[in-house]
Design a protein around this ligand. Structure first.
Ligand code: PEP
Length: 255
């Protein structure tokens, strides 16, 4: 039985003070919705304040990225060991880091290994661009990104996968539930089964991300292989993030 998850990726939004104010507003209600895992991923500078504000709850905190090296001359970067105590999760391979920061498949693999080494749970994001989608390369791209991310990793227990078609992120254009299920249930989970066996594949959480909101969440969550959402825009709104969490609980009948 997989415990669904709603993870909010705040991207480059909210100052540390705004971040703390947001979680103080949302935390009591979110804490009551404990049937599923809830995670907020603020910018690095807000992690400490948010972690402190959420102390005593089981709401998780995630970082939005981590560097692929342990330490060194990487001005502006944050290493995995620096996140210990500040974050429970870390998003790795988000398409915006692939696109704007030049993060490669090999980097995603190194980051994932370092996150695991330091006890952080990776949320590994994969997904095709619009061009790749239109060229019919979705399956090939997702298959390649997933295998590369997991190369040499033997234990999937603490890893969450997020399928995020790039053309659906921040565009208001959601993958249809059938499209998302086709990749998550038809590509991602079968690759996990091939690499780790059916039992592990069935136990691994796979999220959908890309313009998920309270209006389309139920239909996405009704898909058997979709275990939750990695949410951008809608996670910045108190009511929407709570609504998404409630919908996930209702659809998966977790009362
Ligand atoms: C994301 O950034 O992971 C994301 C899915 O964004 P949005 O929900 O805004 O499309």
């Amino acid at each position: 039985m997989r415990i669904p998850m709603m993870a909010g990726n705040w991207k480059m939004n909210k100052t540390p003070a705004e971040a703390v104010e947001f979680v103080n507003t949302i935390k009591d209600e979110l804490q009551r919705l404990s049937q599923i895992e809830r995670v907020v991923c603020p910018p690095y500078v807000a992690l400490a304040g948010v972690k402190q504000a959420l102390a005593g709850t089981d709401i998780g905190v995630g970082a939005q990225d981590v560097h692929a090296e342990e330490s060194g001359a990487y001005t502006s970067s944050v290493a995995a060991n620096m996140l210990v105590g500040l974050a429970d999760y870390v998003i790795i391979g988000h398409s915006e880091t692939r696109q704007y920061l030049g993060v490669t498949d090999a980097d995603v693999n190194k980051k994932t290994k370092l996150a695991l080494k330091y006890g952080l749970k990776p949320i590994v994001a994969i997904g095709e661009t619009l061009e790749q989608n239109e060229l019919g390369q979705t399956t090939v791209v997702c298959d390649r990104q997933l295998r590369a991310a997991l190369e040499g990793i033997t234990d999937l227990q603490n890893i969450v996968i997020a399928y995020e078609p790039v053309w659906a992120i921040g565009t208001g254009r959601t993958a249809t539930p059938e499209q998302a299920q086709a990749i998550i249930g038809g590509v991602v989970r079968p690759v996990l089964a091939e690499l780790y066996g059916e039992a592990v594949a069935q136990a691994t959480r796979i999220l959908y991300g890309g313009s998920m909101n309270p209006a389309n969440c139920a239909d996405l969550m009704k898909q058997p292989d979709i275990d939750g959402g990695l949410i951008g825009g809608a996670s910045l709104k108190v009511n929407d993030f709570i609504a998404l969490t409630r919908i996930a609980i209702e659809v998966k009948a977790l009362f």
